[in-house]
Design a protein around this ligand. Structure first.
Ligand SMILES: CCCCC/C=C\C/C=C\C=C\CC(=O)SCCNC(=O)CCNC(=O)[C@H](O)C(C)(C)COP(=O)(O)OP(=O)(O)OC[C@H]1O[C@@H](n2cnc3c(N)ncnc32)[C@H](O)[C@@H]1OP(=O)(O)O
Length: 294
């Protein structure tokens, strides 16, 4: 019998539930996952109640099924820690926050895995967007497509100055951002800017992202984390209950919309991605990425 998503989550939690506290760690800092080969590095500072989640899948932190699953498990675990109040999402590879979804999950896919991949992304998005935690994205590098989406699920975005770009560029790959990607963008930058950005597949510079409100702050790369930590202190000055209910009122309807159409969205995605023309577009985009190096 197929396991429900929450059953799979519980199975995953029990597999990686042990908290690892390395001898060298400060006593206030608990490591949920610190092994260098973990795809997601998570630690919780018991003194501040703030967790840091680092994407750790070099070279570009592309999101495959395993990374999405690990993130979901880690976030679920943090949210059940009653003393955890905030989370900073960042990357262990300065220069790349996240290259978005792993295109290899969508190119020549096996249908079962493709379905599970999309469902896991949906679940992560719902958890992140509706999280009881105050969440801040410390965007320390490029953040296209799914990378931009992840940052948009946070309550506040701080990006590193430099040549990095951010945006929902799906149309450049010949694919279409689904309605819940679009909703997240509309809720952040408004309808008109979303129309322009998504149709053109705009990748914004940090300066332009700041102008349209896609990010909240643009700081030098070495200041990204300390700015995130400082900003988090402000968010945590607000009583949790009041902040969480306000967030729920503002974001709940958007989360509900996906929850109500989740199965149809998976069918839609699978039908769309497996079309010959879409596979051809993905192939061309992958070749273009490889050619770039030569
Ligand atoms: C109406 C119906 C609607 C229904 C819905 C239907 C469909 C919606 C479907 C999907 C939505 C998808 C959202 C996505 O996230 S798609 C992914 C988009 N991502 C990108 O466009 C980013 C591509 N990458 C880059 O631009 C650069 O890699 C980057 C700027 C991030 C970093 O550049 P850098 O020069 O440092 O590194 P590279 O040499 O380019 O890359 C190294 C290595 O990694 C490979 N790679 C990069 N990105 C990806 C990726 N997203 N997935 C898989 N692999 C990736 C790259 O090819 C290199 O590989 P190799 O040559 O070393 O083998």
């Amino acid at each position: 019998m197929a396991l429900s998503f929450s059953a799979k989550l519980m199975r995953g939690v029990s597999r990686c539930a042990a908290l690892v506290t390395p001898k060298t760690a400060p006593t206030s800092c608990r490591y949920f996952s610190s092994a260098e080969n973990s795809r997601v590095l998570v630690n919780l500072n018991d003194k501040t109640g703030v967790a840091t989640m680092q994407l750790n899948r070099p070279p570009v932190n592309s999101l495959n099924l395993e990374v999405l699953t690990d993130m979901t498990i880690a976030l679920d675990k943090l949210q059940t820690e009653k003393d955890c109040r905030g989370m900073i999402l960042t990357s262990s590879s300065p220069g790349i926050f996240c290259a978005g979804l792993d295109i290899m999950e969508m190119y020549n896919p096996q249908e079962d895995r493709l379905r599970e991949f999309w469902r896991t992304l949906q679940e992560l998005w719902k958890m992140m967007y509706g999280s009881r935690l105050a969440t801040i994205a410390a965007i320390n590098g490029h953040s296209p497509a799914g990378g931009c989406l992840l940052s948009l699920t946070c309550d506040y975005r701080i990006m590193a100055q430099g040549k990095f770009t951010i945006g929902l560029n799906e149309t450049l790959l010949g694919i279409v951002a689904p309605f819940w990607f679009q909703d997240t963008m509309v809720n952040t930058v408004g309808h008109r800017e979303t129309e322009r950005a998504l149709q053109l597949g705009l990748l914004y510079s940090g300066e332009n992202a700041l102008k349209v409100g896609l990010i909240d702050e643009l700081v030098s790369p070495e200041k990204v984390m300390e700015t995130a930590e400082g900003q988090m202190q402000m968010w945590l000055k607000i009583p949790d209950f009041a902040r969480q209910l306000t967030k729920e009122q503002l974001r709940g309807p958007t989360v509900q919309k996906l929850a109500q159409h989740q199965e149809a969205d998976i069918d839609h995605f699978v039908n769309f991605i497996t079309k010959k023309a879409i596979q051809k577009s993905l192939e061309m985009y992958l070749n273009m990425l490889k050619q770039k190096k030569k």
